[in-house]
Design a protein around this ligand. Structure first.
Ligand code: ATP
Length: 209
């Protein structure tokens, strides 16, 4: 469950004040956030993910007032409850796929059985890569590893920043279907931000900034 109210934000040394429309999502609901370049989509995603703090307004996630957590509480909350899918992959190059997932769990202070990890890799169709180093993966496999890393700790919220902008139509559809499927399996909220118009028909719930 995510609720934001009268959320505003300003970067240090900048004049622009971003005012975001209220968001209200029940458990398991998805949202597509659209808007032209520079409007503040990534900024909103970083606020929801606790990477930035609002200037004013509130963010409530599963009854937790995220906006008023201390830095330490926020780090812990993010590590346990938020899954972030970035445009480019943030995996550690020198580690293999399984080691990267274990590192993600270590930082999130969560223990997940090896069977669950194997199941996830199978669902994402990268099980055969489990012992490959990150630098040995193709672009598509890297993208799916990014999703696995965002999902492995079973977060309640999955936030994806332009996950399809560099993909062809076929892979664009596959990645979005995988994200929707993973969100469903975990009963998580999925929020995708994009200016990729191809994704629009795949979401019923949309917010235009
Ligand atoms: N760390 C920062 N410090 C100052 N200004 C920033 C910072 N990050 C982003 N901005 C500015 O804030 C505005 C909104 O940026 P943001 O990345 O949220 O937009 P966006 O809608 O995601 O854009 P795009 O679709 O191009 O990725 C832009 O004008 C950007 O230059």
């Amino acid at each position: 469950m995510i609720r934001t109210k009268r959320l505003t934000f300003k970067y240090n040394n900048e004049d622009t004040v971003f005012k975001f429309p209220d968001i209200s999502l029940n458990k398991g609901q998805n949202l597509l956030v659209l808007g032209k370049s520079g409007i503040g989509k990534t900024t909103l995603l970083h606020l929801l993910g606790g990477l930035l703090r609002p200037m004013d307004g509130s963010i409530e996630i599963d009854q937790v007032p995220v906006h008023s957590l201390s830095n330490k509480e926020l780090d812990r909350f993010r590590g346990r409850n938020i899954g972030l899918v970035f445009q480019s992959n943030h995996a550690i190059q020198s580690l293999n796929v399984i080691e990267n997932l274990k590192a993600r769990l270590f930082f999130g202070k969560k223990t997940i059985s090896q069977t669950v990890i194997i199941d996830l890799l199978e669902q994402l169709d990268i099980l055969e890569c489990k012992n490959k180093k990150v630098r040995e993966l193709s672009e598509g496999q890297l993208q799916r590893l990014g999703i696995a890393m965002a999902m492995v700790h079973r977060p309640g919220i999955i936030l994806a920043d332009e996950p399809t902008s560099s993909l062809d139509d076929d892979n664009c559809n596959k990645v979005i279907q995988l994200l929707i499927e993973q969100a469903e399996i975990n009963k998580a909220n999925l929020i995708v931000i994009t200016h990729d118009q191809r994704i629009k028909p795949l979401f019923t719930n949309k917010l235009e900034l």
